[in-house]
Design a protein around this ligand. Structure first.
Ligand SMILES: Cc1ncc(COP(=O)(O)O)c(C=O)c1O
Length: 488
């Protein structure tokens, strides 16, 4: 074996041709997103099985590997980057961030410790500061970028636990509405709380937490010797985009001495819009806020953010030192991210936020978010005109929920009817929607958040819903198979 065979270093020419070959595929892929089906996972399990393999003993040409990815593997998925993706919580995935990742990974600098890459650490600190500005947080606020909202929530709960509870914290109880994302429940579990310590508070007709019931539950827990320590406010629930009364929750948290956490993973960046600021009034009074740039800032998956109003509380929960570590900064303006985060080594996430924001400025982000609010309102207006459709959740931000109602059908039959309707809509492959359960009833959601979704695609989706409603009434089972709803 020669030295050349052993080397993992790519020559400058080889590196350039690898980047060029990848760039060519990426550019073609992105140019075709709108023409790709909104989802195509038929045969996905067989594909996955065909890909399982032992560790390769010898190398293959890059072109062959790119072919495999772009012709066989990537197409078999939900088109989460495309304009028709109105499922779960989209975002689109700005390709600028992919270029930022290429740079960040290629230079492979270390940003967890300020001393190791001061300028790059400052770029990430700028991003966190900009997010603090969006939420109205003071200069002493601190934050971190995480892999997503779930991990950001975990750190929030650990910070709250350390700030408000003794080391023996099992009497601590926390409160969140029945519409809250399960990231809260999971974070509580990971932070050491048994599931029973998380109290689920009912919601009103608009799916907002019942603050009166919350007060009563807190009083009951205190009377039983428990230690209420944290309340969660939603700034946009996943089910319906509901925004809790954050001002009322802030008042209650202040009265009761509770840590006030806001889950703004989905809704937070609507603070850039006037309507969002109005709906989320009071968010600046929260002790901690989770935002997901890979949702409302349109970034690719892999970037969440946690902001903590009292930066010292975040530090107190995460800072540890060791003899082999370099010295940390004394100057409060210079941030050592490892002291605020569970992570030591990690990717350089700041650049993927910084590059698109610096290239465009904040204006187009705001305009895109305003457009999404209007698209959701437009969809709600159009759906309300369709015979048999009822809106179960009007858009508070950019999510709405609806279902098809038919006289004479009982609850299980209506659920089946709507599952069938959802399948028929998605089968047209122009939009991809998902459902959820609201008060025990199956409903169909539209969540519009991608920077690639505009009025043309929304209108195509509405046309598909209209057609699917007519088909659903025709009692002709799709694919010719007997479907359960037709027999009811
Ligand atoms: C409201 C809300 N909170 C938290 C999360 C969890 O975020 P992530 O998927 O980034 O971990 C989500 C994800 O959709 C969400 O919608």
């Amino acid at each position: 074996m020669t030295n050349e065979d052993r080397s993992l270093e790519l020559s400058p020419d080889a590196l350039r041709s690898l980047i060029d070959a990848a760039a060519e595929r990426v550019v073609a892929h992105i140019a075709s997103l709108a023409d790709q089906p909104s989802a195509d996972t038929d045969g996905g399990a067989a594909l996955a099985r065909s890909l399982a393999e032992p560790v390769p003993q010898s190398g293959r040409p890059a072109e062959e590997l790119l072919d495999l990815l772009f012709t066989r593997v990537i197409p078999k998925s939900f088109n989460t980057a495309g304009p028709g993706y109105l499922a779960y919580i989209p975002g689109g995935g700005l390709p600028h961030s992919a270029v930022a990742d290429l740079i960040a990974d290629a230079v492979n600098r270390y940003v967890g410790v300020f001393a190791a890459a001061p300028g790059l650490a400052q770029i990430e600190a700028n991003v966190v500061r900009w997010f603090c500005d969006f939420t109205g947080y003071p200069p002493e606020a601190r934050g971190i970028l995480t892999s997503g909202g779930s991990l950001a929530t975990f750190s929030a709960l650990v910070a709250a636990r350390r700030d408000r509870l003794p080391d023996d914290f099992l009497s601590g109880t926390l409160y969140a509405s029945d519409q809250t994302h399960h990231a809260i429940q999971k974070a509580a579990l990971l932070a050491g709380f048994p599931p029973g310590n998380v109290r689920e508070i009912p919601t009103d007709d608009a799916f907002r937490i019942r603050v009166d019931v919350l007060s009563q539950e807190i009083a009951k827990d205190r009377a039983a010797g428990r230690t209420p320590f944290l309340v969660v406010g939603n700034a946009g629930t996943t089910n319906t985009g509901a925004v809790d009364d954050l001002g009322a929750l802030a008042d209650l948290a202040a009265r009761e001495g509770l840590w006030f956490h806001v889950d703004a993973a989905y809704g937070g960046f609507f603070l850039l819009t006037e309507e969002g600021r109005r709906r989320m009034a009071g968010i600046e009074r929260a002790d901690s806020i989770v935002l997901d740039p890979h949702k409302g800032l349109f970034l690719p998956y892999g970037t969440g953010a946690l902001l903590v109003k009292n930066g010292e509380a975040l530090k107190h929960a995460h800072a540890l030192s060791a003899d082999y570590m370099p010295s940390m900064q004394e100057d409060p303006d210079l941030v050592d991210f490892n002291m605020l985060s569970p992570e030591l080594s990690r990717d350089f996430r700041g650049l993927r936020v910084w590059l698109p924001l610096k290239m465009h400025g904040i204006g187009p982000f705001r305009t895109n978010l305003e457009e999404k609010l209007e698209l959701a309102r437009h969809a709600a207006r159009e759906l309300a005109q369709m015979s048999g459709i009822e809106i179960l959740a009007e858009p508070q931000l950019s999510i709405l929920a609806f279902r098809l109602a038919r006289a004479g059908l009982d609850a299980p039959a209506l659920d089946l009817l709507n599952r069938e309707l959802l399948e028929r809509i998605n089968a047209k492959k122009r939009v991809y929607l998902t459902g959820t359960m609201l008060r025990g009833r199956f409903v169909i959601r539209i969540c519009v958040l991608s920077f690639r979704t505009h009025r043309d695609r929304m209108d195509e989706g509405l046309e598909d819903i209209r057609t699917a409603v007519l088909e659903t009434g025709s009692a002709t089972p799709r694919n010719g198979s007997a479907s359960s709803w037709t027999s009811i």
